[in-house]
Write a protein that binds this ligand. Sequence first.
Ligand code: GTP
Ligand code: MG
Length: 150
Amino acid sequence: HERSFIMVKPDGVQRGLVGEIIKRFEHKGFKLVAMKFMVGSDDLFKQHYAALSSQAFFPGLIKFSSSGPVVAMVWEGVHAVAIARAMVGQTDPAASAAGSIRGDLCIHVGRNVIHASDSLESAKKEVSLWFTDKEIVSWASATESYVHEG
Ligand code: GTP
Ligand code: MG
């Protein structure tokens, strides 16, 4: 099973979308294995978004991301990384299909309410950047055999 790092951004928290976003991952059948509510530092977000450091929007992205609380989570399941990205939609909410999180819940690229890891490799880096091994909870979900075969 894969793990994806998912985060409700400060705009999602301020707009009261935490429950709605968590609901979508729960209802999909993924298993929550870590979660915390925190304000991420400038430095943490510079590491998190390091691949974008040369972009013109980078300073604004770091400033906004560290401006208030976020909900950082790790969700586990078969093909979790790719499925979570499909659930989230495109980077630009305007290009995101209705039914996706960004397609349904937001309008502007700089206020797109959620982060999801873009590859298995980024997911591994992000999970270890945001969580210690001890903060990842190993548990058996009673619904597992109803979510997938075998
Ligand atoms: P994340 O899940 O947050 O990583 O978004 P993403 O993977 O869909 O996009 P990407 O990693 O390329 O960019 C990270 C974040 O930077 C986006 O979610 C946007 O909030 C912001 N961003 C990306 N492109 C633009 C842009 O052209 N303008 C602005 N203002 N913000 C951008
Ligand atoms: Mg990204």
